[in-house]
Each structure stands twice: as C-alpha cells, then as structure tokens.
Write a protein that binds this ligand. Structure first.
Ligand code: PLP
Length: 405
C-alpha cells in the first residue's frame, strides 16, 4: 500500500511538532515554557457558552444548512458592516469549521491545478500547504530587507498568467506587522487591474495595539459590486479565544459562495450546530472581552519587546498586532530550526523556527501566555545564547550551568 504523492508532499505542522516535543519533556516533569502557542488563554465569552449550552440542552442536535445557521450568518453580515463599513447580504457568507477550513474550501473553489497563489512572506505556515493540497502552486514573495512586508513591485513581478489569488494577512502571523494603508491601497488596485482574487485573512484584525487600525482592503476597492474579487476570511478563534470551537467564515461574492456551498456540502455537510450557536452568541453578545484581550496582549507585547531589547544580538521590529513577534536571532545562529531545537533542549523554551514562515534566521515568539512566562522564557533564551549573561540559571528548582560557547 502506498501513500499518495500529495499526502507525502504535505509538511508536518511545525507548531504541532514543537508541541509534541515540549509535551514529551513536560511528561518527564521538565518545567517547559511555551513561547510557541497560537491561542489566547482568556476565557470564552459567557454569551457563547450560554448560547451553545442552550442549544445542547434541547437534545435536538441536527444538521444545519450547509452554509450555516441564519443567526450566525446574520451576525457575520452585521459584523462586516460594523467592522469594515461594508454592506453585504446573507448570500455573501458561508460558515466553516474554522478559518483554516474556510481557506481550504476557498482554495478548492478557486484554484485549478497549476494555478498560482501569491503568498507574502513571512506567512502563516498553512497557506503553502493548503495551496499544494488543491494541486496549486504557492508563489512566495519575500519581504524587503529589514522589513516584514514585500514591495508592490516584487508582488507584481511574481504575477503571471497563472496567478489566481493573492493572500494578505494583516495583522500578520508570524510577524505581528500591520500592513500600511498605502500598501493595502496598492495591492487592491493591482489585483483589481489584473482581475486576481485578493483574499484577506483577517483573523487578527481586532487585535491591534496603541490605537493603530488594520486598514481593510474593502476601504480601497473600486469594485464594491457583487462581482468583486475581494474575499474576507475570519473566525472566532483568536478575538474571542474560541480556538476549540472551530468556527470561521468567508465573505465573498454570491457566485463564489454558491460554489463553496457545493464544495462544503461534499466535504463536511455543515459545521456543528452547537458550535455555530456558540459563535453567534459571541458575535451578538457583550464585546468587552475582545477589548480586554487586546489590552492584555498589548501589555504582554510591551514586556516581550522590552525583554528582547536587552539582548544585544537580537533585532526586533515591535509588532503592532496579533500575539506574535518575529525577532532576528541570526547573530547567534543562522539556522532557525537548529536554534529552536537547541533552545528547547538547553533552556526548555518552545519557539517556532522562522524558516517555517519563510524567514530564516528568525524565531517566532508568542506573548499570549502570562507575563511571568514571557519574562522567564526570554531570560532563559538570553542565558542560553548570550555569553555576557550570568553563567548559571535556575530552571524550576534546578541550577543549570552554561557549558557551551
Ligand atoms: C493567519 C491565520 N489564519 C487562519 C488561522 C486559522 O484559524 P482557525 O482556528 O479559525 O482555523 C490561523 C491560526 O493560527 C492563523 O494564524
């Protein structure tokens, strides 16, 4: 029996790989600090719990329409108008099992074999793999030197007659960068000029710091009609800390949504009704939790940036959103996979290698945990890498000596 070539070509998720390695160490009782996490630890909004539980207690749990329940779809319509000033109809929305599933179904819907999808580095690890899963070709455009954003000229140069779509993720995982308004205006114009789909992955768009705003592509779109090639993906995972609920959505023109409904009907029928009710509860309920999370992350970001600035060899561009940063550690080691492994072994700190996000020499560090974890995690990294830091450190109740150069 053989495994398909497609499945063999799909990379193991680097974050899951690190989680597994950390889990093994934890099982042995080692005091691991996780700076690799991709989910906030705050509580799920009460309105989500109450709505989901109310549905569950009816004991009447069935399939829903493939595109999702109408209360959640209406909530997304309202959310889109409130967040972007973009008026859409219920026919422009489909609910899926998380934004990742939305992006997968979208790719099945848009991409023919050999079509190219432009991905801006640094990028979320799943984009290239999802494109490959539909037999498309990911085309990676790297950032300008010392920045986290590619130039419009480089993006245009990467476009060919096979280019089907560009994915923009701002605020960005892994860099935390919020793309400037000028860039957004230019990419919208370019995609409209060339009739290319522009997919905005807006999963972090409410998690932005110090009064900044992630400018939406809708703001600059000339085509506001129902044939627009602008597509927005979002979900409840990050802003409501509801990663385990697996609810995401796509907003697109009706033709795309109709085709996506057919795709979704054949690959999962519909998302769970209980979880859709919970997501509707979150979107329709009290919103103060989103702001509380944003403020907590902003404070954590400040702590992380301050700690990293105490490192002579580390270059950091402070993130303006998300709960990640992507400092440059290449002064210590150019190979980020080896560096990440080294830090887990020696300092018991989980990081994610920048190479996995298309930016070698960097490490992605999350600040969605506690301030204590951030401070201790960075202190351990500093001890392991910086020869000027004290030679000894306590990790848990054990004393460690640095005996490497
Ligand atoms: C940029 C980006 N898009 C999409 C997702 C997927 O989110 P969901 O949990 O809704 O599938 C993630 C999750 O880490 C992400 O970082």
């Amino acid at each position: 029996m053989t495994i398909s070539k497609l499945a063999r070509d799909i990379k193991e998720s680097p974050t899951l790989k690190m989680n597994e390695a950390a889990g093994k160490l934890r099982d042995r009782g080692e005091p691991v600090i996780h700076l690799g996490a991709g989910e906030p630890k705050s509580k799920v909004p009460l309105d989500a719990i109450l709505n989901g539980a109310a549905k569950l207690t009816t004991a009447d749990i069935r399939y829903t329409p493939t595109e999702g329940i109408s209360s959640l779809i209406k909530a997304v319509v309202r959310y889109t108008e409130e967040s972007y000033g973009k008026v859409i109809s219920t026919k422009n929305v489909i609910i899926s099992n998380g934004a990742k599933h939305s992006i997968y179904n979208l790719m099945v819907t848009l991409v023919d074999p050999q079509d190219e999808v432009i991905i801006l580095a640094p990028y979320w690890v799943s984009y290239p793999e999802i494109v490959k899963m539909v037999y498309g070709k990911p085309v990676i455009v790297g950032p300008e030197d010392g920045r986290f954003i590619p130039s419009i000229e480089d993006i245009e140069e990467a476009m060919s007659s096979y280019t089907k779509a560009v994915i923009v993720n701002s605020p960005n995982n892994p860099s935390g960068a919020v793309y400037p308004e000028e860039f957004i205006a230019q990419i919208v114009e370019l995609c409209e000029k060339k009739n290319i789909y522009l997919i905005m992955d807006d999963i972090y768009h409410k998690l932005v710091f110090n009064g900044k705003q992630a400018v939406s592509c809708y703001k600059h779109a000339k085509d506001q009609s129902d044939s627009s090639r602008l597509i927005a993906v979002n979900g409840v995972s990050k802003m409501y800390a509801m990663t385990g609920f697996r609810i995401g959505w796509t907003v697109a023109n009706t033709k795309i949504i109709e085709a996506m409904i057919n795709v979704q009907a054949q690959n999962m029928s519909c998302p769970s009704v209980v979880l859709q009710e919970a997501a509707a509860g979150a979107l329709n309920g009290v919103q103060s939790g989103v702001e509380a999370l944003r403020l907590m992350l902003q404070n954590n970001r400040d702590v992380m940036v301050n700690e990293l600035r105490a490192f002579t060899g580390v270059k950091i561009i402070p993130p303006d959103g998300t709960f990640y940063c992507l400092p440059d550690f290449s002064a210590y080691r150019k190979d980020s996979v080896a560096l990440s492994k080294f830090l887990l072994e020696k300092a018991l700190v989980v990081t994610v290698p920048g190479k996995e996000f298309g930016l070698e020499g960097h490490l992605r560090l999350s600040y969605c945990g506690t301030v204590k974890e951030i401070m201790e995690g960075v202190a351990r990294i500093k001890w392991a890498l910086d020869p000027d830091s004290p030679n000894e450190i306590y990790i848990g109740d054990r004393r460690y000596r640095r005996d490497w150069k």
